[in-house]
Structures are given as C-alpha cells and as structure tokens.
Write a protein that binds this ligand. Structure first.
Ligand SMILES: Nc1ncnc2c1ncn2[C@@H]1O[C@H](COP(=O)(O)OP(=O)(O)OP(=O)(O)O)[C@@H](O)[C@H]1O
Ligand SMILES: [Mg+2]
Length: 268
C-alpha cells in the first residue's frame, strides 16, 4: 500500500478536485483506493456524490476512537472508499470548543497520528491512500506529509504559488520526501501561465510532472451537477491530462511497492 499526500501552498489550488479525480482513475487502473480528507473544510464528500458536507469522518474517529476507522468511510458505486473529515456533531458541520481543542491538541501533539491510523488500514499490495490535506503550512498538511510515501504538490499558475514554493520545497527536501509537482488550471493562452510554467520547469526540472492539468470550466460545473468530470467529459483536454497523471501514479505505486517488498525480503 502506498500513501500519496496532495498538498499546496495556496488555497483553491485544486487539491480536492485532484484527490477525487485520481481516486476514480486509479480505481479504474485496478488499485484499491481510499481517499482521506485531512482538511477541516470537509468538502471531499461532495465529490463522491453527497449533496451536503459529511457528518462522520476522520474527526469523528479522532474524538471517539473505535477499533474500526472504516466505520466512518463511505463507498461510492465505482468502489472508491472515502473518509471525509466529517463534522462530529449530528446537528452541525462545526465542532464545539471542547472538541476543537481536542482535535487541535491531537494534531499538534501526535505528529504521526494520521500515519499510525493509516497503518491499520488494510488495502492490498497495490492499494493507494490519497490524502487531501489542508493548505500548507498547517498541522493538517504536516500530518499528511508525515504519512506520505509520495507528496503531490499542486501548483496553480499564480504568483503567490511561485513565491511560497521554495520554502515548501525546502521543507520537503529536508524531510527526504519523494515529491511530484503538478501545475493545475493552466490556460496556455494566458501569457502569465506560460511564463510561470517556464519558471517552474527551470526551478523544478524533472520534479515537475509533464502532465499539467488544463483549466476547464467543466470541472466546477461537474461538481455543481454532482457529476464525475472524467466520466461526463472524457474527451476534454483536462480529462486527458488527469488520465496521464493517473497512469504515472499507477506506475509509480506498483514500482514503489515492488521496491519496498524486495528490500523487506519479499513481504508486502
Ligand atoms: N483544472 C481546473 N480547471 C478549472 N477549475 C478547476 C480546476 N481545478 C480545480 N478547479 C476548481 O477550482 C476550485 C477549487 O478547487 P479545489 O476545491 O479542488 O481546490 P482546493 O485546493 O482543495 O481548495 P481549498 O483550499 O478550498 O481546499 C473548485 O471550484 C474547482 O472545481
Ligand atoms: Mg480542498
């Protein structure tokens, strides 16, 4: 099982969209997939067909730990398991002050809380856990990075994303994390986007994925209609880009699982 954290140094970068799209596309490539939301925004469930933010999820498990974290997970028709952040209360999607303090203390005090939780999840050898993390820097992003075998950094072609990237990259390098950077919502007709892509290529070299995801108004439209963008618009450029990225991640997952199995003497 491999864990991929989807993070970014600016909000609205496309982390939740990418997590949800990749979950479906990796399932199509015969991976068992669990999509986990480590972000109090609690929007991931909207991508798996729910019309309202999820009540149960990671945070409810944190507040009332049971042996089976899977009890809070949802399964979509295509077989993806979804573990949203959740809201913990039946009547609201926000926590009360005592609950919020407990969540905060856990995230601050137990740096490997999420990693330890995911170690109890039993996905087959080529299974993939995708973590949709809150904007970096945050305790939520730190938990996701700690749990990750690969960090997928989403970079929108915006000046603020470029300005904050070197610090994030420095931290990931210091932690020794395998990292892939992906440009998202790129409009080739915009000069600023072309310039920023050139800058990213010079800065990141082969760490920048060749699969940039094009901007497509169909992506927010599909979310508004509760549709899966890659299914509703399979011939769009952005769907093609997402397929390319999913194939890259599928290959990485299989190779990485094989490498760690052989270094562990054959055990997966
Ligand atoms: N390639 C794209 N083209 C057009 N719109 C996009 C693209 N990627 C994401 N979006 C839209 O941008 C908005 C933000 O995307 P998303 O919620 O996935 O970002 P996020 O990084 O998770 O944001 P947040 O910081 O709010 O958690 C959404 O409305 C989404 O539909
Ligand atoms: Mg999000």
């Amino acid at each position: 099982m491999r864990t991929i954290a989807v993070i970014s140094s600016v909000g609205g970068a496309g982390r939740t969209m990418l997590t949800a799209a990749l979950a479906g596309l990796l399932t199509n490539r015969r991976h068992a997939v669990l999509a986990v939301e480590c972000d109090p925004r609690n929007t991931l469930a909207l991508y798996c067909g729910l019309h309202d933010p999820a009540r149960a999820g990671l945070v409810s498990h944190m507040l009332a730990p049971s042996g089976d974290v899977g009890a809070a997970a949802l399964e979509s028709e295509d077989g993806v398991l979804w573990l949203p952040w959740g809201g913990a209360r039946d009547d609201s999607s926000t926590l009360d002050a005592v609950q919020a303090a407990k969540v905060s203390a856990t995230l601050h005090g137990q740096h490997s809380w999420l990693r330890q939780l995911l170690a109890r999840v039993d996905l087959p050898g080529h299974g993939v856990v995708l973590i949709d993390a809150a904007t970096w820097p945050s305790v939520h992003a730190a938990q996701a990075i700690d749990a990750a075998d690969l960090v997928l950094v989403v970079v929108p072609p915006q000046p603020l994303a470029c300005i904050t990237l070197p610090r994030l990259r420095g931290e990931l390098k210091a932690l020794g994390k395998a990292t892939l950077y992906v440009a998202n919502a790129v409009s080739p007709a915009a000069q600023l986007h072309t310039d920023i892509l050139t800058l990213l290529r010079n800065l990141l070299g082969t760490e920048l994925s060749p699969y940039r995801i094009h901007a497509d108004t169909g992506i927010p439209e599909a979310l508004a209609r509760n549709e899966n963008f890659c299914i509703s618009q399979p011939h769009s450029q952005a769907a093609h880009d997402l397929q390319g990225l999913a194939t890259w991640l599928s290959t990485w997952t299989r190779q990485s699982a094989r490498a760690s199995a052989s270094s562990a003497g054959g055990a997966t």
